[in-house]
Design a binder for this molecule. Structure first.
Ligand code: NAX
Length: 332
């Protein structure tokens, strides 16, 4: 059996972490032969709750868990970690403007970027979940200059999973018969869920989704809106934001980084833009990527029509604006 790796989860007393930790502990993400030492970070007044989470981890009685460090000290939390799930952030409270939320969370990711830079392994893979996830990931990377920028990504996998499940339900096929759905851009309501390049296996035939589901108008309008607003629909029903599905998506995202994507398939994650598809450089933009040896490459050469280009521009403009606001917050 391999040597244990240290894995940090921030926001460890919160609701996403509660589902995520179980997946990590039973080997769903790093593999059934990879022991882990869990580093759990939260804020000081959540230490009581975190103690309860630690008790539950013990009571799972799972052999891959070789240690747990529960702490409010970023130095201890990030020390020697090889994978980081950056979930912890301030939730939006009533009366709070988007700008207030950005301001609070960008500062958290600035500080935690600095702590990663100092204490984590230089090979650490950092997945940002806490919102605004794309811009938080950019800031985190900027304040961790000794860690390669390619090691940072933000989560749009929940949006991808939502889109894939929605199309599968419409076509009446199992969810894994739908492949290569893309989420472009920001994890926000400007994201562009795109099935133009997706395929569906129906009986023994593999067809483009656009041919299998002939209502193109639906796929360009109502489908896009449904996925863009799915998070809000869950909040309206549950009175709390998505947690079980967000945790599953975080596990899927890191598993693909660790174990690679399947041949001919791609997944969506927000990574540093290199200008592909006309997207401005230096924003964390969700692209289709393929992964091998823990390194992602943006899938090239997909054709974008004018409709798609206009959607990419809306979400890219939002990310540029968020980046400028975030940088001005950091510089003040
Ligand atoms: P919770 O409020 O349940 O948990 C957040 C935890 O973070 C709390 O325990 C809090 O004390 C902790 N925290 C706050 N500041 C911290 C700091 N400086 N260091 C360490 N921990 C800190 O929220 P939860 O539902 O778990 O959601 C967490 C984040 O994920 C939110 O920002 C949420 O908006 C975001 N989401 C992102 C998604 C994505 O697809 N990228 C989807 C789900 C989710 O909405």
């Amino acid at each position: 059996m391999a040597e244990p790796i240290k894995v940090v989860v921030t926001g460890a007393a919160g609701q996403i972490a509660y589902s995520l930790i179980y997946q990590l502990a039973k080997g769903d993400v790093f593999g059934a032969n990879q022991p882990i030492i869990l580093h759990l970070l939260d804020i000081p007044n959540m230490m009581g709750t975190l103690e309860g989470v630690v008790m539950e981890i013990e009571d799972l009685a799972l052999p891959l868990v070789r240690g747990v460090v529960a702490t409010a000290d970023p130095a201890a939390a990030f020390n020697g970690v090889e994978a980081a799930f950056m979930v912890g952030s301030m939730p939006r409270r009533q009366g709070m403007e988007r700008k207030d939320l950005l301001s609070a969370n960008v500062k958290i990711f600035k500080d935690q970027g600095e702590a990663l830079d100092k204490y984590a392994k230089k090979t650490v893979k950092v997945l940002v979940v806490g919102n605004p996830a794309n811009t938080n990931a950019l800031i985190c990377s900027k304040y961790a200059p000794s860690i390669p920028k390619e090691n940072f990504s933000a989560m749009t996998r929940l949006d991808q999973n939502r889109a894939q499940a929605h199309v599968a339900a419409k076509l009446g096929v199992p969810v894994d018969h739908v492949k290569n759905v893309i989420i472009w851009g920001n994890h926000s309501s400007t994201q562009f869920p795109d099935v133009k390049h997706a395929t569906a296996q129906i009986n023994s035939a593999t067809l483009p989704v656009y041919d299998a589901y002939k209502d193109t108008e639906y796929l360009k309008n109502d489908f896009v809106k449904t996925i863009q607003t799915r998070g809000a629909a869950v909040i309206a029903a549950r009175k709390m934001s998505s947690a079980m599905s967000a945790a599953k998506a975080a596990g899927d995202h890191m598993k693909d980084i660790w174990q690679g994507t399947k041949p001919g398939e791609w997944v969506s994650m927000a990574v540093l833009s290199d200008g592909s598809y006309g997207v401005p450089k230096d924003v964390m933009f969700s692209f289709p990527v393929q992964i091998q040896n823990k390194e992602w490459k943006i899938v090239q050469g997909l054709e974008l029509d004018d409709f798609s280009k206009s959607k990419l521009k809306i979400t890219a403009d939002e990310l540029v604006e968020e980046k400028e606001e975030a940088l001005s917050i950091c510089n003040n």
